[in-house]
Write a protein that binds this ligand. Structure first.
Ligand code: GDP
Ligand code: IMO
Ligand code: MG
Length: 428
């Protein structure tokens, strides 16, 4: 019998807890694959009190006997990837077999410089608040058909030709537009050649690796990075990332036909956070937002920036259900809501005297809306030791049911703490 493919995607603005959900489900599958984004991601997994933050490596790396794949849709920063691998090796935890798609694009040093420079040029009011990991400029080269792919690092001749063409133009940008010093070809070439040598043992064909596994009965998890509202097409453009975190990106970013994805699970934080600029209708800039940040430890796993915090937005979540075709929801950080008397949940937007339940990524629209909140009963109990739904207080169970009723999507996993075992899994 053929294996099954499940996509685990971020349903909000990223940092929903995708890493911990992938880790919780990884024991049931044989392959875990990243399909988009790059080292802008920071996916936290906590096992037996040990914390791991994955930026490029899939969150299944801690399991022996599994295969972890970096798909063609990912942009690979080899410096970061090798650092991450080394750290995991030093801890004796690089347990899975790693396959990196030869067709994945390489984040070069000039991409990172350009990311910073472009943000500076945009200035306040227009800046995106990127992670400065070179993501946008690398995808620009990919779309412009001049990018350097992982497979190009393996041939000195190909690398030399592609890099010299690129650096001629990049150095014009750096010197004439950004008033920076040019980069030395020799240094970048030598560094990239070294990456090729180190990465060579891992380079392969993501599509073939995954589809052969499925053919032979293995199950697969596709691990999204970022989130639906940061999607290049469906997010709050231009305050988005440069890839497709939505479930459809999983097909393109791993070379799998859409019909090969059997199930899509959206990871949803029990409230909302956003890091970087852009609209956020349910943001709470007051004391409750601060409480959420402190209780939830809401600081970026990649940049350390404080995350903006606010309440669950069902208008945005229903949109995520639609654009991803969600079959299921994994609800994380329910424990963080313990202690509030009432918990606001946004059920509609008010704009120009009307109410709407339809989200749009248009920033003008989002700037104009005012959230309409329903206030659900809170609970006091610490949820950290709950392992089944019956262990939760009635008000917390009601919070979960309310989300299921409003979205029409079942909640199959509830996170009650950051550790692997702090999950309530139901109906899986
Ligand atoms: P990702 O990028 O979607 O993988 O999420 P991050 O790792 O960036 O951010 C999620 C943060 O919440 C991490 O610090 C996790 O350890 C933590 N976390 C995940 N699930 C839970 C949960 O159910 N409860 C609590 N308290 N923390 C959680
Ligand atoms: P994970 O996978 C949260 C945000 C940045 C910025 C915008 C564009 O951990 O959920 P970029 O560097 O991608 O060009 O920045 O996207 N961003 C994230 N926010 N979680 C992430 O990843 C993010 N990756 C990028 O803050 O607003
Ligand atoms: Mg993160």
């Amino acid at each position: 019998m053929k294996g099954r493919v499940e996509a685990i995607i971020g349903a909000q603005w990223g940092d929903e807890g995708k890493g911990r959900v992938v880790d919780a489900l990884a024991s049931r599958v044989d392959v875990v694959a990243r399909y988009q984004g790059g080292a802008n991601a920071g996916h936290t997994v906590i096992v037996e009190g040990e914390k791991y933050v994955f930026h490029l490596l899939p969150s299944g790396m801690l399991y022996s006997g599994k295969t972890c794949v970096i798909g063609n849709g990912v942009v690979v920063d080899p410096e970061q990837l090798l650092k991450e691998l080394k750290e995991l090796q030093d801890r004796g935890k690089d347990r899975a077999r790693l396959v990196i798609s030869g067709a994945a694009h390489v984040v070069m040093p000039y991409h990172k410089t350009m990311d910073g420079m472009e943000e500076r040029l945009r200035g306040s009011g227009k800046k995106i608040g990127t992670t400065q990991r070179g993501i946008g400029p690398c995808y620009m080269d990919k779309v412009n058909r001049c990018g350097i792919r992982v497979e190009d690092l393996l041939s000195e001749d190909v690398l030399r030709e592609k890099l010299s063409f690129n650096m001629e133009i990049k150095n014009m940008y750096l010197t004439r537009i950004f008033d920076e010093n040019p980069m030395a070809f020799g240094e970048v070439f030598e560094e990239a050649r070294g990456w090729g040598e180190k990465l060579a043992p891992y380079v392969g064909d993501a599509s073939l690796t995954i589809s052969s596994a499925v053919e032979s009965g293995s199950n697969v998890l596709l691990e999204g990075a970022q989130g639906t509202l940061l999607d290049l097409d469906h997010g709050t453009y231009p305050f988005v990332t440069s890839s497709s975190p939505v479930a459809g990106g999983g097909s393109v970013g791993c070379g799998l036909g859409p019909s090969m994805i059997h199930r899509v699970t959206g990871v949803v934080k029990a409230y909302c956070t956003r890091v970087g600029e852009g609209p956020f209708p349910t943001e709470d800039t007051d004391v409750d937002g601060e409480t959420l940040r402190n209780r939830g430890g809401e600081y970026g796993a990649t940049t350390g920036r404080p995350r903006r915090c606010g309440w669950l937005d069902l208008v945005a979540l229903k949109y995520a259900v639609r654009v991803n075709g969600l079959h299921a929801i994994a609800l994380t950080k329910l424990d963080v809501l313990s202690g509030f008397d009432k918990i606001p949940v946004c059920t509609a937007y008010e704009t120009g005297g009307d109410e709407t339940i339809h989200f749009s990524g248009n920033t003008g629209f989002l700037d104009s809306v005012r959230p309409v909140f329903k206030h659900l009963d809170g609970w006091k109990k610490d949820l950290g030791k709950s392992r089944k739904m019956e262990d939760l207080p009635a008000a917390a169970r009601n919070y979960v049911s309310f989300i299921e009723e409003e979205t029409g999507v079942p909640v199959v996993l509830v996170g009650v703490g950051p550790s692997r075992e702090q999950s309530i899994v139901q109906g899986l």
